[in-house]
Design a protein around this ligand. Structure first.
Ligand SMILES: C[S@@+](CC[C@H](N)C(=O)[O-])C[C@H]1O[C@@H](n2cnc3c(N)ncnc32)[C@H](O)[C@@H]1O
Length: 202
């Protein structure tokens, strides 16, 4: 990796397949993904689709200089598999790093084999946007987050998505007590674009 952060951001923003992300969201993902103040742990993305966020997160993750991975899930073959192939082909190319694992499954399926291990420092919920599914993803994510880690919800502002209802409901229950500390709205990372961010403070 030889290019600067700015050069890479320019390449990434102009790559033509991150149309689902607002420019300020791209920047926020990069900032959170590379932030060395966050604890050790991997990144989990729920909803691979084009792999645009995956790409952004993978390069940001590299900048922490740790042996950490970006795990991206999508249960639909057209999404996860096309991305997996693209990721493998592009492993040495500009957009992706080698630290990505693309899996064809939901978080519920992953959790069945993986268990509730707390291994993720950052979890991005952008899969099935219905209320029930995003709530299930959130409940599972909470069990896999490391202390001081963060959970990002995408599309929390659009009326047609149940994520908005979930977010409104969650904000009424904050802070959420954990075995150690509590989950609150992130102070370091304010809401950006359609994203809202929670952090587990210990
Ligand atoms: C809005 S897109 C994600 C956009 C992605 N972040 C990007 O940069 O292109 C939502 C994705 O979630 C996937 N999806 C649907 N249900 C899911 C689930 N239960 N778990 C994970 N992903 C799911 C869809 O197949 C779709 O690819």
């Amino acid at each position: 990796m030889t290019e600067t952060r700015e050069e890479w951001l320019e390449t990434f923003s102009g790559c033509g397949f991150c149309g689902m992300l607002l420019p300020e969201e791209i920047e926020m993902f990069i900032n959170v993904g590379e932030d060395k103040r966050l604890p050790s742990g991997h990144i989990l993305e729920i909803g691979t689709n084009t792999g645009a966020t995956t790409a952004g997160l993978s390069r940001a993750n590299d900048r922490r200089d740790k042996e950490e991975m970006v795990v991206s899930l999508d249960p639909y073959p057209g999404k996860a598999f096309s991305c997996a192939v693209r990721l493998l082909c592009a492993a040495n190319a500009t957009l992706y790093s080698k630290n990505v694992i693309a899996m064809q499954c939901s978080l519920e399926q992953l959790q069945k084999v993986f268990g509730n291990r707390r291994v993720f420092r950052m979890i991005f919920i952008d899969g099935d946007h219905s209320y029930d599914a995003s709530k299930k993803d959130y409940e599972l994510a909470k069990e896999m987050l490391v202390p001081n880690g963060i959970i990002i919800f995408h599309d929390t502002t659009n009326e047609i998505y149940g994520v908005k209802d979930l977010w409104n409901e969650l904000t009424k229950t904050l802070p959420i007590q954990m075995e150690n500390g509590e989950i609150r709205i992130s102070e370091e990372y304010p809401a950006t674009g359609t994203c809202k961010i929670l952090r587990w403070y210990v």
